[in-house]
Write a protein that binds this ligand. Structure first.
Ligand code: 5AD
Ligand code: SF4
Length: 476
């Protein structure tokens, strides 16, 4: 197979770089921007770098290699990258550190042009479809001392078997598909990540089983549009192998639910338009699938949703929520919302507030609309002034925070199953974990509880976390 041969070739480059670096104890620093898919890509980049003999450091000024895995969903990531590159210029001159930039932003020509013009010291630029070739790009940059630009405009294949260095040994992310076919008019993702393509069921099941063997308890399935897993393959008659009955997202959830050792399954992000009944039933039936579902709303107004090309109305979203609440006991919901999309009036924004009031989300990720070059939204004439966008954002934030406080009160006195993740960052005498609904709970306990699911009584709330108490075991 072509992709297997390519991975073999990259393994040889890994060995070559390893040889060059032998005994040098070189350090690398990585900055990851954006979503969990990017985080998962970074875990693969870290896996490759560590195999090549680099050791991770958090101190970018002292690194021998600085790597950026970029995002371009909103404008602030660009400011962050260019700010960091400005700082790196002097370090590059003094130390000769290798500078590599990859990820979504590199698929945008106006960005790579700017880098080449204003930051000519950058050694390697690679895109979303060439991540697996990083060892080869690095080898060439080191040996040939030439700049490497490795960007593909066509959709990349799915490469299995890349080394991976995971950020946690309790929770793991598993990418199940790449790309997006939805073309929401505000969104740059379909242009930089290409069309949807799903991983083979066999490969996903194999990876999750391996993670279970290594002791991981929680799995998050990742994709831009997870609930259309294998849809394109079926529609276009592309070959895939049905494995353990998996031929859709619903059947994938059921198959993973059966894997011994895995105790929690999450997934992001589904699209409301693809939330079919079989997926709802699979969630309800599968005890390990967490009942917090992320259901991106984006706007609560039907006209704005149409302009956004979201393919559902306010009523359809609310009906879907009702159906899910009826079929899935203990359902909680989180969402993404954009304020200030072109043409959004105050009245239309009120519809977003109305949906938030009705659904009472557990968590709302709020974004101010950001113009993205190349998207239809950027070409719309009725852009909203910044001050109005900010006013709306603050209004939404106020509503969301008041709802979260109210919602937190409901937890007090209840018993929650919490997956213990480690000691608390702010207080090392306390442990921290998360409920099924992804709420952080801080509590006193012994470190032997880490990586276990335990029952905690919730005793108080503090907007962004809850405090819990281990239940006293009754005498038997
Ligand atoms: N501006 C603001 N927010 C955006 N998102 C995607 N594109 C934009 C944009 N141009 C948000 C959406 C999406 C989340 C990952 O980022 O809410 O669900
Ligand atoms: Fe972007 Fe819409 Fe695709 Fe999500 S579904 S990645 S918001 S185009």
């Amino acid at each position: 197979m072509e992709t297997a041969r390519e991975i073999k070739k990259q393994e040889q480059y890994i060995e070559k770089v390893q040889e060059i670096n032998r005994g040098k104890k070189l350090k690398y620093n990585i900055l990851t921007m954006g979503c969990q898919l990017n985080e998962n890509d970074s875990e693969k980049l870290c896996g490759m770098l560590e195999k090549m003999g680099y050791i991770k450091t958090e101190d970018f000024k002292n690194a021998d290699l600085n790597l950026f895995n970029t995002c371009c969903v909103r404008e602030n990531a660009e400011d962050k990258l260019f700010g960091k590159l400005g700082e790196l210029k002097r370090i590059k001159e003094e130390k000769g550190t290798i500078v590599a930039i990859g990820g979504c932003m590199m698929q945008e020509k106006h960005i790579t042009d700017k880098i080449k013009e204003s930051y000519p010291f950058v050694d390697i630029i690679f895109g979303t479809h060439t991540l697996h070739k990083f060892p080869e790009d690095l080898y060439k940059a080191l040996v040939e001392k030439r700049k490497q630009e490795d960007i593909l405009d066509i959709d990349g294949e799915i490469y299995e078997g890349l080394p991976i260095k995971r950020n946690s040994n309790i929770k793991a992310s598993v990418t199940i598909m790449n790309g997006c076919n939805n073309f929401c008019t505000y969104c740059i993702v379909p242009y930089v990540r290409g069309r949807e393509r799903s991983r083979e069921p066999r490969e996903i099941i194999k990876e999750v089983k391996e993670l279970a063997k290594q002791g991981y308890k929680e799995i998050t399935l990742l994709g831009q549009n997870v609930n259309s897993y294998l849809r394109v393959e079926k529609e276009k008659g592309k070959k895939f192998e049905e494995y353990q009955g998996v031929n859709s997202f619903a059947t994938l959830l059921k198959a993973i639910n059966k894997i011994e050792g895995i105790e929690r399954i999450r997934f992001v992000s589904p699209h409301p338009k693809d939330f079919t009944d079989d997926v709802i039933d699979a969630i309800a039936e599968s005890d390990k699938v967490c009942k917090l579902i992320h259901l991106p709303l984006q706007s609560g107004n039907t006209k704005v949703l149409k302009e956004m090309n979201r393919k559902y109305t306010k009523e359809q979203y609310l009906n879907l929520v009702e159906k899910m609440k009826t079929k899935i006991p203990n359902l909680t919901l989180s969402t993404d919302i954009i304020v200030g999309f072109p043409g959004e009036t105050d009245e239309e924004f009120e519809d977003t507030l109305d949906v938030v009031k009705r659904v009472k989300f557990e968590q709302v990720y709020m974004f101010i609309y950001s113009r993205r070059v190349g998207t239809p939204g950027d070409k719309m004439e009725n852009q909203i002034p910044e001050d109005i966008k900010h006013k709306r954002f603050n209004k939404l934030k106020e509503l969301v925070e008041s709802q979260i406080e109210e919602n937190n009160q409901k937890y007090i006195g209840t018993v929650q199953k919490v997956l213990v993740e480690g000691t608390s960052k702010n207080n090392e005498n306390m442990l921290t974990g998360r409920t099924d609904s992804n709420k952080v709970v801080i509590f006193e306990g012994d470190t032997s509880l880490i990586n276990k699911i335990i029952d905690l009584e919730i005793v108080s709330e503090h907007i962004w976390y809850l405090k819990g108490k281990i239940l006293n075991k009754e005498c038997e």
